[in-house]
Every structure is written in C-alpha cells, then in structure tokens.
Design a protein around this ligand. Sequence first.
Ligand SMILES: CC(C)(COP(=O)(O)OP(=O)(O)OC[C@H]1O[C@@H](n2cnc3c(N)ncnc32)[C@H](O)[C@@H]1OP(=O)(O)O)[C@@H](O)C(=O)NCCC(=O)NCCS
Length: 305
Amino acid sequence: MAPTTHSHDQEPRGQFAWWSVRRWTTLAAVTMTIRREGPADHRAVEELTRDAFWGLFAPRCDEHLVVHLLRGSPALVPELDVVAEVDGELVGHVVYSRARVVEPTTGAEHPVLTFGPLSVRPDRQGDGIGGALMRHTLAAAAELGHRAVVVYGHPDYYPRFGFRPAAAVGITAPGGASFDALMALPLVPGGLDGVTGEFHEDPVFVVDPERVAEFDRGFPPRPDAVLHPMEVIEGRLPAAATQRLRGLGIGHLEDLRRLSRAEVAAGAGLDDEASDALRALLAEHGIPWGSPRGHSAWTGAVDVS
Ligand SMILES: CC(C)(COP(=O)(O)OP(=O)(O)OC[C@H]1O[C@@H](n2cnc3c(N)ncnc32)[C@H](O)[C@@H]1OP(=O)(O)O)[C@@H](O)C(=O)NCCC(=O)NCCS
C-alpha cells in the first residue's frame, strides 16, 4: 500500500494490483487507483453517489447533498476524501468526517471518525472496490493518528473490516438507542477504551428534504425508484416467517438493509433455514443482505491491511 500520510497539497495515490474476486477467471489483472478527491471530481462524485444510493432505502436519496455539504464542513477530513478509478473511470468514493461520542451524564466528549457516504458505481458493485476503499482508508486513518471509527451502515457488510456493534463497547445513538447498524472499530489497540456515550455526527448529515429536492433539480431528471413490496416474496417463505417480518414493521424488502441477519432472526423468530431463504430471495431482487450461515456477523476476520 502506498504511504497514506500526506500533506494537504499532495495527492495521495495508491496503486493496487487489483482483480475482481468474481471475475478473476475471465479478466486479466487491472489496476485500481485510489487518490484524493479534487475539485474536478466534485460533480462526478455527486452523480456517482446519487446513482449508488437511488432507491436504496427510499424511492429517492439525499446522500449526494450530504457529500456536497461535507466539503464545506470543518468536520471533513480531506486526506480521507478519496475516489477509486479503474481504467481512468470513476468507480468509487468515500469520505470521512470528524464525529464525537458524548457521555450523557458528564458531557465528556471523545473524538472519533465516521465515514460515509461510501459509494461504488452500480455496474461495478460486488467487484471488491468498496472493500479496497475501506481497507485503504482505514489504514490511512490509523496512520494519520485517528484512534477509532463509529458509523451507521449495513450491519452485515462492515464486520468484514473489523467493525462490531457499537453497543458492545457502550456507544449508542443519541437518546440511547442500540442497533446493529451502529458499529465501531478501534484503529489502534485500545482505541475505544473508555469511549462510551452517545454518537453524534456532523450536522450536515441531517438534511432538510426541501433542500434535497432543490439540490436534486440540478441533476438529470430521474423517476422515483420503485421499492419491492413484501408481497414479492410472499408464498416463497413460510407464511409464519412472512407474518413475523411484517411484525418487525418491514413493509418493503429495502427496509431489511438497516437490519442485521441476527436482528431479523431474533426479532422475527426465523430459523437458519428461513434466514437463508430470505437472503436468497433478497439476492434475487438485487439486494445483498446478511451473511452466509455459520459466518456470524460479529466474528468475521479482521482484514485491515
Ligand atoms: C455497499 C457497497 C459500498 C459495497 O461495495 P462493493 O464494491 O459493492 O462491495 P465488495 O465488492 O467490496 O464486497 C462485496 C461483498 O459484500 C457483500 N455486500 C455488499 N453489500 C452488502 C450488504 N448491504 N450487506 C451484506 N453484505 C453486503 C456482497 O454480498 C459481497 O459478498 P461476498 O464477498 O461474500 O460475495 C456498494 O455495493 C455500494 O455502493 N452500494 C450502494 C451504496 C451503499 O449501500 N453504500 C454504503 C452505505 S452504508
């Protein structure tokens, strides 16, 4: 990995001999470049973010505005605002910002990093680009002296990088709520020791829907994405399982993205077989979810190199 500690006027650039995990048998090795985002990338990164998040949780998305606003925020960590390119084409982006864990009783504040949005161009998803961006930036963050990362994200994706439920180390959402999508990772040994309390991101993450709509008008018109109603899997899961999922308040398949396999299994009372079937059905609809059976979301190998 190329050095990741750089002054602001340098362009950190990492060249990776990279191949697609899925397609390595058919593609010759290609090179992916990970480098700092520059002003010339701004619009393309916003379009990439919009493409990656459109219809992910809702018919539209607001993450492209978050990226836009983060650039003007003092919370932004410029060294960790990076793009991935393959064959000179922008295929991925991630940005980190400063956040805090605040002890509710004493008001003591612990600085942490967070990241997001993380976006991979839809036609290149599943090729290892998101993983490469994560490994590169987590190592770079440690080299820059940061001690820990806390994030809201797909609860069965980030454990492969070492993330664990934040609740396990005493970190909750504001107000004390705990769920698997809030995760934490120490970047150095002991990086989370004594870091307990409520996680607070930069205010730019809370966006006004009217401002999103106005910002979005600057992009090519795009129809609302159609979410997958639960009915599309009815009849293909045991009736009791469908009923239980509805009991969790799941109206669309996309709602499952916020829940881990373990949470759904426990909350909806799904056995391994029903969880496997649900995972396969979601995959049929282009929704990666959960982890393979036997690969507990929270005991996956730490792979930060
Ligand atoms: C999520 C995302 C960043 C992952 O990047 P990627 O390059 O597609 O992922 P990688 O190729 O590194 O990893 C693919 C693996 O992750 C798994 N995966 C992807 N998304 C997942 C999810 N939401 N939950 C569980 N596993 C997931 C895939 O099933 C695949 O598993 P495998 O290695 O066992 O085959 C990318 O798909 C993306 O941009 N998605 C839309 C935007 C988004 O969701 N951003 C993150 C918000 S927290």
